[in-house]
Design a protein around this ligand. Structure first.
Ligand SMILES: Cc1ncc(COP(=O)(O)O)c(C=O)c1O
Length: 451
């Protein structure tokens, strides 16, 4: 028997803790209870339907009615709902998927997949395999990790250690030793006071060289970064930045891990964020849109030359002592196969680029209209943000209630938007139509009018 509405509203959060939330918060501020979805729209328990400007959580790229993915999941559950791929066994779907992923990421130079249950697992796998790579090569002293402030890499201890946002770190310290953070490529606020993105990129690249010289290249395993920083507030670096990082890493024998949990599969308007910037990473962490969010799944993609070091090892050091019960889940793999086919068939990267441009222009128009918008970030597909300020001159952050008020009014006016600190973040499904984009913009307009 489905629980009635009153029961759900009355009991929400009494016996569950929400991620990324104070456990008492949902008692005071009851969450929106979403009970259905179709296309790019979600419906709440009161029957209110809105365009999902959040795309689930940057993952429902193909929207909520992607029948081929649903069919693939159902068929796989009927045929083989689970089997492990730990040593000695495999299943047909993971083998097929590895072939598809190899083709999909051929241009990025990535040809092997290690399956995971999500983004945090993909990051963790990358960090661990990066250390192992150096040990196989006879450089066991390469154990440190470099990353960017404001970068987000999930909340496992490894991911949190390279994470660049204090709110995911402080309460969980001490984290992994040997993790060092560089300035974020964030022209709106940075310690250099540099507003020019190209100049800022050069300053951070110089900082990277300085840090490597200080630590000693022979102590560093890998550098991890998102091609466009997502959860930290949608920060697209200058186009020279990631290629510059790649070059410095290569020169110093440091592996480059592209965390593409958000950016892989078209969100930036290119098929991967690395491809957007013309970079070939050594590892690429993927998850989220790989199954359109319909099944928890991920894949760490591995570059040919890194794979060869593992595969040619004869010492035994390359034996992988890492993996998850759900690494290579056949239902996830079946979902991913269908998802990749739909992603290609619908050419969602092109639509992401076009709709992203439209939303970016719309957000800039809103900035011209409302002083509360300090910074607009976007211009690369469907990941955009507005940074709210209480005063444009001082860039002081507004009271928390301001963003909440905008969010509520926007929701009433037809769009779900995400608030993260002073930022309003947009990451809608990549199948968004122009009309849907306009709904998001007009809902935001209503949100700011309500202030
Ligand atoms: C760039 C990036 N890396 C890692 C993660 C962690 O993924 P998950 O929440 O699936 O563990 C996220 C999640 O948003 C992410 O955006």
């Amino acid at each position: 028997m489905p629980k009635d509405e009153n029961f759900l509203k009355a009991n929400n959060a009494r016996h569950l803790w929400h991620p990324m939330t104070h456990p008492a918060d949902h008692h005071k501020n009851p969450p929106t209870i979403v009970i259905a979805a179709e296309g790019v729209r979600i419906t709440d328990i009161d029957g209110h339907q809105v365009v999902d400007g959040v795309g689930g959580l940057w993952n429902v790229n193909l929207g909520y009615s992607c029948q081929p993915v649903k069919d693939a999941i159902t068929a796989q559950l009927d045929t083989l709902p689970y089997y492990s791929i730990f040593r000695g066994t495999s299943n047909d779907k993971v083998i097929e998927l590895a072939e598809e992923l190899k083709d999909f990421f051929a241009e990025d130079g990535l040809s092997r997949a290690f399956y995971t249950s999500g983004g945090g697992d993909s990051v963790e796998t990358a960090l661990r395999l990066a250390r192992q790579y150096h040990k196989i090569k006879g450089e066991p002293g390469r154990v440190k990790f470099l990353s960017l402030k404001k970068g987000y890499h999930g909340t496992h201890f490894g991911g949190a250690s390279v994470n660049g946002n204090a709110n995911f770190r402080t309460m969980y310290e001490p984290l992994l030793p040997g993790c060092f953070h560089l300035t974020a490529p964030y022209p709106y606020r940075n310690p250099f006071g540099e507003t020019d993105p190209a100049k800022l990129a050069q300053l951070i690249l110089a900082e990277l060289e300085d840090e490597i010289a200080f630590q000693g290249a022979s102590t560093i395993a890998a550098f991890i970064m998102e091609p466009i920083l997502g959860a930290g507030g949608v920060i697209p670096p200058h186009e020279s930045f990631m290629p510059g990082v790649a070059e410095i890493c290569r020169k110093n024998g440091i592996l480059l891990i592209a965390d593409e949990v958000i950016t892989a599969f078209g969100r930036t308007g290119a098929w991967s964020g690395s491809r957007l910037w013309g970079v070939k990473p050594d590892f690429m962490a993927t998850a989220k849109a790989i199954t359109n969010g319909y099944f928890p799944f991920g894949a760490l993609m591995i570059a040919d030359h890194v794979a060869e070091v593992f595969e040619k090892d004869e010492t035994g050091r390359a034996a992988i002592g890492h993996g998850y019960t759900y690494s290579g889940h056949p239902v996830g793999a079946a979902a991913a196969l269908a998802c990749l086919a739909e992603t290609r068939r619908l050419n969602v990267a092109d639509n992401a680029a076009a709709r992203g441009k439209e939303l970016h222009e719309g957000l800039l128009a809103l900035q011209a209209k409302y002083d509360a918008i300090g910074d607009v970030r976007g211009g690369h597909g469907l990941m955009l943000a507005l940074e709210l300020v209480s005063d444009r001159a001082t860039k002081a952050a507004p009271d928390k209630a301001v963003a909440a008020k905008i969010q509520t009014a926007a929701y009433q006016a037809g769009a779900m938007i995400r608030v993260s600190g002073p930022n309003i973040i947009l990451s809608p499904p990549l199948i968004l139509s122009s009309a849907d984009a306009q709904v998001i913009l007009s809902a935001l307009d209503a949100g700011f009018r309500a202030l």
